[in-house]
Design a protein around this ligand. Structure first.
Ligand SMILES: Cc1cc2nc3c(=O)[nH]c(=O)nc-3n(C[C@H](O)[C@H](O)[C@H](O)COP(=O)(O)OP(=O)(O)OC[C@H]3O[C@@H](n4cnc5c(N)ncnc54)[C@H](O)[C@@H]3O)c2cc1C
Length: 80
C-alpha cells in the first residue's frame, strides 16, 4: 500500500528558511526594468520582490535575471 500521508507539524522558522514569501508587489514594478512605477530611479530585484520559487535554482535565476534587467536599465539611465 502507498497511502502513507505525511502532515508537516510546522517549519523550522526564519533562521532555517531558504526563501521567504513577501516583498514588493510585482504590479508596482516594470517587468522590463524592475523600476518602481511610482518612484523613478528606484529598482527592486531578487528576494526584495514578492516572488518565490521552488528550491533548485529558480530563486537564484530570479535574483540574477532581475538584477541583470535592472543593471542594464541603470546603465542606460546613466548614459542618458
Ligand atoms: C541556506 C539557503 C539555501 C538556498 N538554496 C537555494 C537553492 O538551492 N536554490 C535557489 O534557487 N535558491 C536558494 N536559496 C535562495 C537564494 O539564495 C535567494 O533567493 C537569493 O540569494 C536572493 O538573492 P538576492 O540578491 O535578492 O538577496 P541576497 O542573496 O540575500 O543578497 C542580499 C545582500 O544584501 C546584503 N545586505 C543586507 N542588508 C544590507 C545593508 N543594509 N547594506 C548593505 N548590504 C546589505 C546582504 O549581506 C546580502 O549580501 C537559498 C537560500 C538559503 C538561505
Amino acid at each position: 500500500m502507498a497511502r502513507w500521508v505525511v502532515s508537516p507539524a510546522g517549519t523550522e522558522g526564519y533562521a532555517k528558511a531558504e526563501v521567504m514569501r513577501g516583498g514588493v508587489d510585482t504590479r508596482c514594478l516594470s517587468s522590463q526594468t524592475m523600476e518602481a512605477k511610482t518612484v523613478p530611479g528606484l529598482y527592486i530585484v531578487g528576494e526584495a520582490v514578492d516572488m518565490t520559487g521552488w528550491l533548485g535554482g529558480y530563486n537564484f535565476q530570479w535574483a540574477w535575471a532581475s538584477a541583470v534587467a535592472a543593471g542594464k536599465a541603470v546603465a542606460e539611465r546613466v548614459k542618458g
